[in-house]
Design a protein around this ligand. Structure first.
Ligand SMILES: Nc1nc2c(ncn2[C@@H]2O[C@H](COP(=O)(O)OP(=O)(O)OP(=O)(O)O)[C@@H](O)[C@H]2O)c(=O)[nH]1
Ligand SMILES: [Mg+2]
Length: 443
């Protein structure tokens, strides 16, 4: 438990009908009693005139007090609902500081909730995602993560890894209890099921990370194919200059848009072609860099420009969607073609025909096509930790199990440690309990 009491304005900056000041920590009751003249009952909305240390009235406020541990942070807490004037709120915070509180750091209320076991780490992160959610779907998914759906999946995997490890370690210590081949078969079964379920969680977490954190999408292609026109279409604003002159865009132009249900940072780039103009060359260098950084690259060609080969694009690590633009010039029909080099969307940035097909293809390629039951938001660090655990499990093979079970056990330990970093539950080893609980007394 923290020993100091923190205070902060909890509502957004600016004027509004109501502004809320939050207080948390052991000094809350005394502080509220000083401000409100007496201590209001817990969990009841009480109208009080708040006064500063000199008895000067600050504001009339609705005071709600929470007694530890039944509060967001797990500590004594109070919410003071004032009139939403930033000057009033600032005076109230300053008065609280005079009376012994200190200003909270960003996220400190949630940090305390985690430290006091009210939330696990993934849930604490979901709180931030819920607040930041750029789309309705992201907000819904963040709420599911906050309700612990993601943490439950991780906890379940950790429990199963521990069981597998406990059984393996038991067989090391009591070598004659289990026949070697039987052990390998049993471990095989557990490992296969674990890896399959872990892969499923990885796919879902990756999707959750895209929903919460968004994706970087670069638009590249030859000059004059309509890259900037496409960006403007998707941004629903004339953000980039469009002209009939090839080589119009010289620098990177990025806009934040929502494509389908994904927050996307969309980057328009300079057209790629042979050139000896220094400005254009620098622009192209940036185009390549943007494509290399992107989570998804949209490679644009056009009906009137002819097929241009961009070999350097083919080598990119990110998935590509190809676009054939300006189908209005060839009386083409909007459609998605499946090609050996990935999906090819026929559309017109000028008329907007086929744009919805591009949106759907982007969602599909980013793996967030349809909202799924139980979808949750996640972070890149969660995906990394899941991959790390997967790598450890993948390294446990028959030879390791049979010849060096200690090494296999160590890999199990590393895998669960990686997973427990997601929820922040990685602490003391209680594996011994796990092991011996599986034996009967006297054995
Ligand atoms: N008919 C038709 N013209 C288009 C379409 N999209 C873009 N254009 C035209 O194509 C020309 C080039 O468009 P831009 O969007 O500037 O092309 P860009 O790929 O950004 O070109 P650079 O910046 O030079 O690399 C402009 O005259 C646009 O009006 C389309 O769908 N149909
Ligand atoms: Mg352009």
């Amino acid at each position: 438990m923290a020993s100091d009491t923190i205070v902060a304005v909890a509502t957004p900056p600016g004027r509004g009908a109501i502004g809320v000041v939050r207080v948390s920590g052991p000094g809350t009751s005394e502080l509220v009693a000083r401000l409100a003249g007496e201590l209001p009952a817990a969990r009841r909305a009480s109208l009080r005139t708040l006064r500063d240390a000199h008895g000067e009235p600050l504001d009339d406020a609705v005071v709600i007090r929470y007694a530890a541990p039944a509060s967001y942070t797990g500590e004594d807490m109070a919410e003071l609902q004032c009139h939403g004037n930033p000057l009033i709120l600032e005076r109230l915070v300053a008065s609280a500081c005079t009376l012994g509180a200190r200003r909270a750091r960003p996220g400190e209320f949630t940090e305390r909730a985690y430290l006091n076991g009210r939330l696990d780490l993934a849930q604490a992160e979901a709180v931030a995602d819920l607040i930041a959610g750029a789309t309705e779907r992201a907000a819904r998914s963040a709420l599911r993560a906050l309700h612990g759906e993601f943490a439950r999946l991780v906890d379940d995997l950790v429990a199963r890894i521990r069981t597998a490890r406990a059984e393996l370690e038991a067989s090391i210590d009591f070598a004659d209890d289990l026949h070697g081949a039987e052990l390998v078969t049993a471990q095989h079964g557990m490992l296969a099921a674990l890896c399959a379920d872990l892969d499923d969680v990885i796919a879902r977490a990756r999707q959750g990370a895209t929903l919460a954190g968004g994706a970087n999408v670069a638009i590249v292609g030859a000059p004059n194919v309509g890259k900037s026109s496409l960006l403007n279409r998707l941004a629903r604003a004339e953000r980039a200059i469009v002209t009939a002159t090839p080589g119009t865009t010289r620098d990177l132009i990025d806009v934040d848009v929502v494509i389908g249900s994904v927050p996307v940072r969309l980057v328009d780039t300079a057209g790629l072609r042979a050139s000896d103009d220094v400005i254009e060359l620098e622009g192209m260098r940036r185009s390549h860099a943007a494509a290399a950084r992107a989570d998804l690259v949209i490679v644009v060609g056009a009906a009137d420009v002819g097929e241009t080969d961009l070999p350097e694009i083919a080598a990119l690590p990110a998935p590509c969607i190809r676009v054939r633009n300006k189908i209005d010039l060839e009386h083409g029909v909007p459609r998605v073609e499946t090609t050996a080099r990935g999906p090819l969307v026929h559309l017109s940035a000028r008329t907007g025909a086929g744009l919805e097909l591009l949106v759907a293809t982007v969602e599909q390629t980013l793996g967030v096509a349809a909202e799924e039951e139980g979808e949750f938001t996640a972070r890149a660090r969660h995906v990394d930790a899941l991959h790390e655990a997967r790598k450890e499990l993948a390294a446990i093979d028959d030879a390791t199990l049979a010849d060096t079970p200690e090494l296999a056990a160590e890999r199990y330990r590393a895998a669960s440690a990686a997973l427990e970093r997601i929820t922040g539950r990685y602490d003391v080893e209680d594996l011994l309990g796990d092991i011996f609980a599986r034996f009967c007394i006297g054995k």
